[in-house]
Design a protein around this ligand. Structure first.
Ligand code: FBP
Length: 362
């Protein structure tokens, strides 16, 4: 019993204020997942428990980030280089370990694949019971960690297919429509967890006083169009002419404004709520771009399509793209339907121009 007040008639008697707050504070992530699935079946309980473990990972990482400036040995580089060829931050390693630890003794996740690990990590005590695989980027926006600007964690959940006896996780090399859930945790002024299990996109805010992620936005819909374009213009001269033409267009037309925070999770979060488009195109040096398909682009594409937006490589939907390897990269254009379509129209026009130029040469 919360308090000694007599039973309350929610409908008629009591002003909404108090009861609404009680009800709202009780909509935790694990409860919301079960409500979404409208089932208490073992599978539903498993997915709810799995999401709760991801939430725990988010709380542990948020706690570390919030005190990083006061602790020794938390910030800076480890001196190692990861499978991506990137210098590894100490927070990358900590966050990667946290995700592994929260799934130990869970019977839920048999395999974890991360940006920070060459090969998938197996939790033997969870196999073969746990048929789920967690794909994740433990710290997205690593370049922001040491200067206290927002970063995130990105995750996707897939069902394991086959026994993966050779440990090469070939069953993961499938398109993004195989994801059964995806989301991210944004470590910003407040810590938020945004997720989807294919039934809309929902956001939770961490209430530090409760230590719980509480529902704050349900069934988020991305506007058809937004003023924001988010891209690292420092790469301008490395892009294909078609992308350069799109940027020239937004420079010359009213109603557009640039926002780029150096962490895709933060830039995506703004676009999810306010509309616009985020781009990380291919470059001359890296035609496949920088972002990884399985644990960066595909999870965000799953969310944006659930929120009424779209995501493309420029030539195909991100959710249809099939990775040729675990850490495959892909160009990414993601956001509001109209703005993504506008970028695509420049790419298609560029392709037509190249085609005509080729024809003219023959
Ligand atoms: P990490 O996961 O290694 O942080 O890389 C991804 C990312 O940081 C994105 O979050 C961000 O949008 C992009 O790289 C920034 O790259 P750049 O500094 O080249 O603009």
């Amino acid at each position: 019993m919360i308090d000694a007040d007599p039973p309350i008639d929610l409908q008629n008697e009591t002003p909404p204020g108090r009861d609404y707050a009680i009800n709202r504070d009780c909509i935790t992530l694990s409860r919301h997942v079960l409500e979404q699935l409208q089932s208490f079946s073992p599978d539903a309980q498993d997915l709810s428990a799995l999401m709760n473990r991801i939430a725990l990972a988010g709380k542990l990482i948020a706690r570390r980030l919030s005190r990083a400036g006061l602790m020794e040995g938390v910030l800076g580089f480890t001196g190692d280089v990861n499978v991506q060829g990137e210098s590894v931050k100490k927070m990358d390693v900590f966050a990667n370990e946290v995700f592994i630890s929260v799934f130990k003794q869970s019977g839920l996740v048999c395999r974890l694949a991360s940006e920070e690990m060459d090969d998938p990590y197996y939790i033997p005590e969870n196999c073969p019971v746990g048929r789920y695989t967690l794909l994740y980027d433990p710290i997205d926006g690593s370049s922001n960690v040491d200067i206290n600007i927002n970063v995130g964690s990105i995750f996707a959940i897939r069902q394991q297919e086959g026994e993966d006896t050779d440990g090469t996780a070939q069953d993961l090399l499938q398109n993004g429509r195989k994801q059964i859930a995806a989301g991210y945790i944004l470590y910003g002024p407040s810590t938020m967890l945004v997720y989807s299990i294919g039934k809309g996109v929902h956001a939770f805010t961490l209430d530090p006083s409760l230590g719980e992620f509480i529902l704050s936005n349900e069934n988020i819909q991305t506007p058809e169009h937004g003023p924001v374009y988010s891209v690292n213009e420092g790469n301008f001269w490395q892009w294909d002419e078609s992308i350069r033409n799109y940027i020239r267009y937004v420079h010359r037309h009213e109603g557009y404004t640039a926002r780029y925070g150096g962490a895709m999770v933060g830039d995506f979060h703004r676009i999810l709520f306010q509309g616009g488009v985020f781009l990380y195109p291919g470059t001359v040096k890296n035609p496949e771009g920088k972002l990884r398909l399985l644990y960066e682009s595909a999870p965000m594409a799953f969310l944006i399509e659930q929120a009424g937006g779209s995501a493309t490589t420029g030539t195909q939907d991100i959710l249809d793209a099939i990775p040729e390897k675990l850490h495959a990269r892909t160009p990414l254009i993601i956001g509001s339907k109209e703005d993504v379509a506008l970028v695509k129209s420049f790419i298609q026009e560029g392709a037509r121009d190249q085609e005509e130029a080729l024809m003219a040469k023959r």
